[in-house]
Design a protein around this ligand. Structure first.
Ligand code: GDP
Ligand code: IMO
Ligand code: MG
Length: 431
């Protein structure tokens, strides 16, 4: 039963969409297991560039069944829009499966995401304002509304009524915002039911049966390790389990179904939103500006400029541990071709102490001084390289330096956004 998890090893936007699309052809199912339309995964297919937010990046292959697992939160309006966009682009969404246990993002979740950020003021998380946090909050509070509830008007009304007792109080009394009636929400949401119904399934049972039948399942992570609600830079995180363990909970398979965990990391690092970032290079910095412009570091979901910095080996070593990485993929190596020398953060220093592993104390991460090692650049266009041996010596040294520090083999290297701009160095999913 080959199950492989693909997970972001940094703060998201590592190129998960490209790599999922690249390796998906080996699989029968591609499953999203957490998050919602806060994600923005870019897939370049020939001369077409698609931004996917909710639907797994395997959707382009007619032989793959894409699935949105129970661990996800779904804004039905966005889901339907994304399905329509794919159909317009010529990709059938007929095979898409959706867990009936996934939770719905409701209109009041969008309101509350914005209102809560506003209230936090300078302490804001910098969320995507897609209602993600408030939807997961209701799931944990047990007043969430699930996809299966939408399919039964009677149940849906009852659940909305129960949820609104609390939600309207919060909207009105805490935030001074407009409230909702049950009818308003039903009028807006019930029409979505018929569009979604044919796709809703008992996804966990189906996936387990598929695994027993030796199907290949790729679990496509969204966000990244340091945005994980438990293992990330809390509170500057998203509200779901982005790490590999989330794949099990968010899809309803057992841990023994996972054979490999492929971590995706950029050859440098970016972050969107607030929170600590030890190796950050401000935009005013020449290198920070170069990484941002050459890397095209603009958020796919919100259009915000991503913060950029040097590759942080402490973070990827941590990601290797908390995800149990068996393989690493380094993306955007081509972006570093403009640099004379390249720095890698190998440790942090805080109050006279050196940390080579992630400090347990959040304050230490906020105030960490990065300790760098400097490596020579290669100053050559590598976007045409397809074999490891074609890379300049300095680029190979950089990859091997990263590998030694991560303690995980670098199996895939991306040298450009297109599917073909990739070096398959040691990726052997069938081993
Ligand atoms: P995701 O959220 O992890 O799927 O990543 P995003 O799609 O948000 O951001 C990654 C960006 O980098 C996208 O614009 C990709 O097309 C692009 N990309 C991915 N791999 C490479 C690469 O190796 N080189 C370059 N130059 N761009 C890449
Ligand atoms: P992909 O899958 C980068 C960040 C937001 C914010 C924090 C919480 O494309 O890598 P949320 O809306 O989730 O409550 O916001 O998480 N964030 C991402 N950053 N890539 C993403 O997804 C992200 N999804 C959420 O910017 O800092
Ligand atoms: Mg992204």
């Amino acid at each position: 039963m080959p199950g492989i998890v693909l997970v972001g090893a940094q703060w998201g936007d590592e190129g998960k969409g490209k790599i999922t699309d690249l390796i998906a052809n080996d699989f029968d199912y591609v499953v999203r297991y957490q998050g919602g339309n806060n994600a923005g995964h870019t897939v370049i297919h020939g001369d077409r560039k698609l931004a996917l937010h909710l639907i797994p990046s395997g959707i382009m292959y007619p032989n793959i069944t894409p699935m949105i697992g129970n661990g996800c939160v779904i804004d039905p309006r966005v889901l339907i829009e994304e399905m329509e966009m794919l159909e317009r682009e010529g990709f059938s969404t007929q095979r898409l499966l959706i867990s009936g246990n996934a939770h719905l993002i409701m209109p009041y979740h969008l309101d509350l995401d914005g209102a809560s950020e506003h209230r936090l003021g300078k302490n804001e998380i910098g969320t995507t304002h897609r209602g993600i946090g408030p939807a997961y909050q209701d799931k944990s509070s047990r007043i969430g509304i699930r996809v299966q509830d939408l399919l039964d008007e009677h149940i849906f009304r009852l659940k909305v009524e129960a949820a609104l007792i609390e939600k309207n109080d919060v909207l009105d009394k805490i935030y001074g915002m407009a409230t909702y009636t049950v009818d308003q929400i039903c009028e807006l949401y019930l029409p979505y039911a018929e569009r979604i119904r044919p796709h809703v399934t008992e996804s966990s049972q189906l996936l387990n049966q598929a695994l027993r039948d030796n199907a290949w399942v790729l679990f496509e992570g969204a966000q990244g390790t340091l945005l994980d609600i438990d293992h990330g830079t809390y509170p500057f995180v998203t509200s779901s389990s982005c790490t590999a363990g989330g794949a099990v909970i968010g899809s309803g398979v057992g841990p023994t179904a996972i054979n490999k965990v492929l971590g995706i990391a950029k050859a440098y690092i970016t972050r969107v939103g607030s929170g600590p970032f030890p190796t950050e290079l401000p935009l005013e910095d020449e290198i920070g500006h170069l990484l941002s412009s050459v890397g095209g570091e603009v958020g796919v979901t919100t259009g915000r400029l991503r913060r950029c910095g040097w590759y942080d080996a402490v973070i990827v070593r941590y990601a290797a541990e908390v995800n149990g990485l068996t393989d690493l993929c380094i993306t955007k190596l081509d972006v570093l071709s403009v640099l004379d020398t390249i720095k890698v953060c190998v440790a942090y220093e805080y109050q006279g102490k050196r940390y080579t592993t992630m400090p347990g104390q959040q304050t230490a991460i906020h105030h960490a001084t990065p300790i760098y090692e400097e490596l020579p650049g290669w100053k050559t266009d590598i976007t045409g390289c397809r074999n490891y041996k074609d890379l300049p010596r300095e680029a190979k040294d950089y990859i091997e330096f990263i590998e030694d520090h991560a303690g995980v083999p670098v199996s895939i290297i991306a040298v450009g956004p297109d599917r073909e701009q990739t070096i398959m160095r040691r990726w052997k999913p069938r081993d």
